[in-house]
Design a protein around this ligand. Structure first.
Ligand code: GLY
Length: 444
């Protein structure tokens, strides 16, 4: 029997825990979490609570429980070097070393890598450590995106038209960013539709998983502040309704070239998840950013569809033999909806913000999958915490059915909660299709 360590405490990790424990190999799951996730705890032989920077606590827990390998869910422990610390005691991981995790933790590293190895997909960009030269660059590009050069929990990117309008506003924001980060990237904004391409990588072989589209804005109609992600969908054919086949091919080819470039640049194979945030534009697929982990919520769309034994997948990633394994996913559509506290994403002085820590009741959600995120299991029931609470996933032969299943389950969660009703609806998807048709009408 094999003992597997899972690090992380969110809904993504709850889905990982489920995928690990449904393996035919009957592994024993050991979980290290920042805060208790009742879903992960219920699937684990043993759990330990602690900080993701407490590397001694993590390696001690791993050694004591004779762990075969670790699966790292979130970016923080990767950034803290947990994979390097575990490697020192001969425990391999599905997840990159601290140096390779710069793919996510340093946006300048990735933009420069893509440029240096002549890989397509970059926008016009410049990296700044002071505000000198920013205005001149802003004058060269039509619309700008400002990215702090570090981890921001998916909420740090500022986009012209959404977060600021004028060059003066952009400069003020750049000053603010540079007071918290040592550098920032100013990029040309792409127009198009985003898609998440989560790939498995063993350092040489890159395998794509079904495409997913996330919804970052808090409110229906893509309105309101950016969040960690309010929900996502995937289609039974593993593509997106607004893409051409070559968009996926281009995204995959960029990822393959980046994996090869990482090996050349660092001398070490990238063993883990390369999650490319891509945007389909009039000129094909372009790279927005990479994450060094599965997406949250996107992991909840693809992991339940995985037909190949995940423990085998992990072993092949670690051994560098992914090319020897056939990796298959069910041809089903999925819709994931995050149930969040009503106050999620709202300013602290908003009247709804007070609802954050309230009790919730989970009714009949049997037809859907339920993945806990930030919830507090007390003796008298389940309480909201400050962030996204529960990921609900509907899975069916088509998107409409999957959405219906997710929607019914969301309705069974009672309390001061909110969600996005529009995710997976025909209307929203048609909007994406029309947007792409409009962008591409004079091209390819
Ligand atoms: N879905 C956004 C992220 O995982 O970063």
């Amino acid at each position: 029997m094999s003992n597997i360590l899972l690090i992380g405490n969110g809904a993504r990790e709850h889905a990982l825990a489920e995928t690990i424990t449904r393996s035919q190999q009957k592994p024993k799951l050991f979980s290290f979490m920042k805060s208790n996730n009742p879903g992960i705890a219920s699937l684990s032989a043993k759990t330990m609570l602690g900080n993701y920077s407490s590397l001694d606590a993590i390696t001690g827990f791993a050694a004591e429980n004779k762990i075969e390998f670790a699966v790292i869910g979130p970016e923080d422990p990767l950034n803290n070097g947990v994979v390097d610390a575990l490697a020192k005691i001969n425990i391999p991981s599905v997840g990159p070393t601290k140096s390779l995790a710069r793919l996510e933790t340093s946006k300048s590293f990735t933009r420069n890598l893509v440029k240096k190895y002549n890989i397509p997909g970059n926008p016009r960009f410049q990296i700044f450590t002071t505000t000198n030269g920013i205005r001149a660059f802003l004058n060269e590009i039509e619309r700008a995106v400002l990215k702090p050069d570090g981890l921001t929990g998916g909420k740090g990117v500022l986009v012209q038209g959404d977060h600021f309008a004028t060059k003066d506003e952009a400069l003020n924001l750049c000053e603010q960013i540079l007071s918290n980060f040592s550098s920032l990237i100013v990029e040309e904004k792409f127009d198009g539709e985003e898609f998440s391409l989560q790939c498995l990588c063993d350092g040489k072989t890159v395998v794509s998983t079904p495409l997913v589209q996330d919804h970052k804005r808090r409110f229906d109609g893509d309105k309101g502040p950016n969040t960690g992600g309010m929900g996502s969908y995937s289609l039974a054919d593993h593509s997106m309704p607004f893409l051409k086949p070559q968009d996926l091919q281009e995204g995959l080819e960029i990822t393959r070239q980046v994996a090869a470039a990482l090996l050349k640049e660092t001398g070490s194979p990238y063993r883990g998840i390369m999650y490319g945030g891509f945007i389909a534009t009039k000129d094909g697929a372009k790279l927005l950013e990479y994450n060094a982990r599965f997406g949250d919520p996107e992991a909840m769309n693809i992991l339940p569809l995985l037909k190949t034994d995940f423990v085998e997948v992990c072993r092949h990633i670690i051994a560098g033999t992914l090319d020897k394994l056939k990796i298959e996913f069910e041809n089903k559509a999925t819709v994931c909806k995050y149930v969040v506290p009503k106050g999620y994403g709202l300013p602290a002085d908003h009247p709804d913000a007070a609802s954050s820590k309230a009790k919730i009741e989970v009714g009949n959600v049997e037809k859907a999958r339920l993945y806990y995120s930030s919830v507090d299991q007390k003796e008298d029931g389940l309480y909201l915490s400050s962030s996204r609470a529960i990921g609900i996933v509907g899975i069916a032969d088509n998107l409409q059915e999957a959405r219906k299943i997710a929607e019914e389950a969301v309705m069974a969660i009672k309390g001061p909660v909110a969600y996005r009703a529009d995710i997976g609806t025909d209307e929203l998807i048609q909007k994406r299709i029309d947007h792409m048709k409009n962008i591409r009408k004079d091209y390819r």
